[in-house]
Every structure is written in structure tokens, then in C-alpha cells.
Design a protein around this ligand. Structure first.
Ligand code: NAD
Ligand code: MG
Length: 387
């Protein structure tokens, strides 16, 4: 008997995760049907994807580029609202949410409300609106499967836990990024080029900078809290430079389970969209005989204060993680454009954190309002400091 294909929407199909998700889908053509794709500005790649995957729908965030999409049988949408509308009408069973930043929040919510299974790469969605998003997912009875490699590892390690009571600690591994050995007094000299060179992973620009500042790991601590509903004190970060062990879970009997693999995002992407099935994957095998020793170190919280502030935001609650996320997005964008120095990224986040107020119970409009206030504040201080 032939199995029905899973209908899938890829939000952010032109990005690093989006293109790798399409790789997996292309490899398993018999299992998936791409019904919708979206991108921000890259209409050329969207046109190639339309040609190859023939989705019924395609959306581009930049409305001025809508006419550039060559669509014969594909219905085209544009603008933020166009993306949301596409989510609502496309009829997908699974959504790969791979837009970068809080820009992906509304479309993730639209997919949840359309009762799709969520394969979530867009961690900023949980950092900015974790409570709202997880509550909505519970209300609509839609599972959220992590795509982030660490969270996929944890998810894989707890498959046999009928409840979470047996978990003692979660060890989130971190490569440490390119500056793990850079002396703290040299951090101010870091250039955009240096920060964009990640030792193990090839990813989009924003997350690559987040990895260099270790804010990525801070965001992942917050992401883990919402995905696995554990106390923040149970989430520990450990530096593991080889990115072979993708994370570990320690249980109350002092047994530790880990998930290992090559640093290849196609493995966690496939796990999320095929869950719970395990089938072959186009990724390379991990050659355990040539892996060498596996080492774990404590992170340097003084050199990477982004970790400290992430934990602090979880302890304080009241939407504090949202402020970190918005300020980080603004600061990273400014750094990538050469407007601020590397070591100002953290200063801007801290200033916003200490100034911008946020509330505990947040609906979508108050999340977006706090996001806007934080961004305006960050732009103002960056502008003043340049003068
Ligand atoms: P990327 O920059 O390569 O791709 C981002 C995608 O989002 C692109 O398709 C882009 O067109 C789209 N996009 C950007 N701004 C948009 C907007 N305003 N409106 C609509 N679409 C917009 O980023 P990426 O590396 O693929 O990361 C995507 C998400 O996955 C991020 O949240 C990141 O943290 C997470 N993630 C990525 C990796 C990785 O290996 N790349 C690993 C773990 C988690
Ligand atoms: Mg990760």
C-alpha cells in the first residue's frame, strides 16, 4: 500500500535551514509534497525552488519583488500578511519554521492555529514568545519538534520518558565558537569577517554571529526551558569543541544519555519532519573510530556575558527574554553592517535589558509592541554613541 505523502510548508525556504530541509525532501520524494515555500528577498532562488518542487503556493516578504516570481501554477503571496495568509490556506500537515528572528513569530503561530505539526528551527520565536507559543500549541494540540541540533539531541534522549520527572539535568553542548580561546582583552578587535567563520557549522549570518558571542547558547537555554518545561537551574551549558555530542540528558539515577553525529543539520531536520520514524539520511556517517577523544569544559561566563543574562532573564520572567532577543537582533544587524564593534553587541543588550520594561502575561500584540520599543531604544543609543 502506498503511503500518503506528508504535505509540507517551508517558511524561510531560501535560508540555510530551508535549503537543507528541501535537500531532505528531495531525497525522500516519495514521502513529502512541498505545498508552500517562502523567502524574504531572494526571488531567484524561490523561482528555482518553484521550478523544482512545484509548490501550490509561494510567498515573498518583500512586496516590491512579488512580480519577479515566475509562477505558472503556483499562487503567489507577498508581504508579512501574505505569508500568514499562505500559512492559513496551504493545507500543510507539517511546517518547517526556518525564518530567522522574531520575523518568524506570526507565521509560526499561524501554522499552530492551522493545526500543523511544527518542526521548529526559529528559536527566536520561543525566546520572544515562549509562553504564548507553547500555550497555543497545547490549545491546538499541535506538537513542536525541535530542529535545533541540541534540542533535537535532548528530544531524542528523552523518547523513553513517559514524564519528565526522571530528568536531573540537561547538558547543552556548545562549540564555543571562533573566540573560545581569544583572550578577553582582545575581544574588542574582532572583525565581522572573523566572527562569520564558525569552526564547525555553516549557517546563516545572524546565527553565526550569535554563535561567536555565545548568545546563540543563551537563546538555546531559553529555548530548552520552553520546549522541555524544566527549571532553568537544570539546564547546563558545556563547551564541547568538536560538535560531535549534540547534547546530553542526565537522569535521577545518574545515568547520562547523549546523541552523537556529524555536525550536519540535515539529521535533526529529518528527525523533526519524519518523527517518529528513523530512515536513511543523505548526511555523512560519523566515523567513531576516527573521532578521537570527546572533551567537555565549563563555559567562561565573564568572557561571554550573554550566557549570564539569558539565565537571569529566565529567573526574572516577565518577558525579559523577549527584550534580550530584540536587542540582540538589532545589535547583530548593526555589527554585520559595520556600524558597531563586536564588544558593543553585549553592551547594547545589557542597556536595553536594564531600561526596557516588559510584562508577564503577553499576548501577540504586546510582544510586538515591546519588541518595537526595544528596537527603537537600541537604535537611539547606537546613534548617540556614534556621534
Ligand atoms: P538564514 O539567514 O540562512 O535564512 C533565513 C530565512 O528567513 C531565509 O529564507 C530568509 O529569506 C527568511 N527571512 C529573513 N528575514 C525575513 C523576514 N523579515 N520575513 C520573512 N522571511 C524572512 O538563517 P538560518 O541559518 O537558516 O536560520 C534560520 C533559523 O534557524 C534561525 O532562527 C536560526 O537560529 C535557526 N537555526 C539555524 C541553524 C543553522 O544551522 N543554520 C541551526 C539551528 C537553528
Ligand atoms: Mg543549536
Amino acid at each position: 500500500m502506498t503511503q500518503e505523502k506528508r504535505k509540507i510548508i517551508i517558511l524561510g525556504s531560501t535560508g540555510s535551514i530551508g535549503t537543507q530541509a528541501l535537500d531532505i525532501i528531495d531525497y525522500h520524494k516519495d514521502k513529502f509534497e512541498v505545498v508552500a515555500i517562502s523567502g524574504n528577498k531572494n526571488y531567484k532562488l524561490l523561482n528555482e525552488q518553484i521550478q523544482k518542487f512545484k509548490p501550490a503556493y509561494c510567498a515573498i516578504a518583500d512586496e516590491s519583488l512579488e512580480k519577479k516570481l515566475i509562477s505558472d501554477k503556483t499562487k503567489v503571496f507577498s508581504g508579512d500578511e501574505g505569508i500568514i495568509e499562505m500559512c492559513r490556506v496551504c493545507g500543510a500537515d507539517i511546517a518547517v519554521c526556518a525564518i530567522v528572528g522574531i520575523a518568524g513569530l506570526k507565521s509560526t503561530i499561524a501554522c499552530i492555529e492551522s493545526k500543523m505539526t511544527i518542526a521548529l528551527a526559529n528559536k527566536e520565536t520561543l525566546v520572544a514568545g515562549g509562553k504564548l507559543v507553547t500555550e497555543l500549541a497545547a490549545e491546538y494540540n499541535t506538537p513542536i519538534y525541535p530542529v535545533d541540533s541540541e534540542h533535537s539531541a535532548i528530544f531524542q534522549c528523552i523518547q523513553n520518558e513517559s514524564n519528565r520527572n526522571g530528568i536531573k539535568n540537561i547538558y547543552l553542548t556548545a562549540s564555543g565558537g571562533p573566540f573560545v580561546d581569544t583572550p578577553i582583552e582582545d575581544m574588542h578587535k574582532i572583525t565581522v569577517e572573523q566572527a562569520l567563520k564558525h569552526p564547525n557549522w555553516s549557517m546563516g549570518a545572524k546565527i553565526t554571529i550569535d554563535s561567536a558571542t555565545m548568545m546563540n547558547k543563551g537563546l538555546e537555554v531559553i529555548e530548552a526551558k520552553y520546549l522541555f518545561n524544566v527549571e532553568s537551574s537544570m539546564i547546563k551549558v558545556c563547551v564541547h569543541r568538536k560538535s560531535i555530542v549534540h547534547s546530553m540528558v542526565e537522569f535521577k539515577d545518574n545515568s547520562i544519555l547523549a546523541q552523537l553525529g556529524r555536525p550536519d543539520m540535515r539529521i535533526p531536520i529529518q528527525y523533526a519532519i519524519m518523527y517518529p520514524e528513523r530512515i536513511d539520511c543523505p548526511s555523512e556517517e560519523l566515523d567513531i573510530f576516527n573521532t578521537g577523544s570527546l572533551e567537555f569544559e565549563r563555559p567562561d561566563f565573564d568572557k561571554f556575558p550573554s550566557l549570564k543574562i539569558a539565565y537571569r532573564s529566565l529567573e526574572e520572567g516577565r518577558g525579559r527574554s523577549l527584550v534580550i532577543n530584540s536587542a540582540n537582533e538589532e545589535a547583530v544587524e548593526a555589527f554585520l553592517k559595520g556600524k558597531i564593534k563586536y564588544n558593543k553587541i553585549y553592551e547594547i543588550i545589557e542597556s536595553a535589558y536594564n531600561t526596557i520594561e516588559s510584562a508577564d502575561e503577553m499576548d501577540l500584540s504586546s510582544i510586538l509592541e515591546t519588541d518595537k520599543r526595544t528596537r527603537i531604544f537600541c537604535r537611539e543609543i547606537m546613534h548617540k554613541r556614534r556621534q
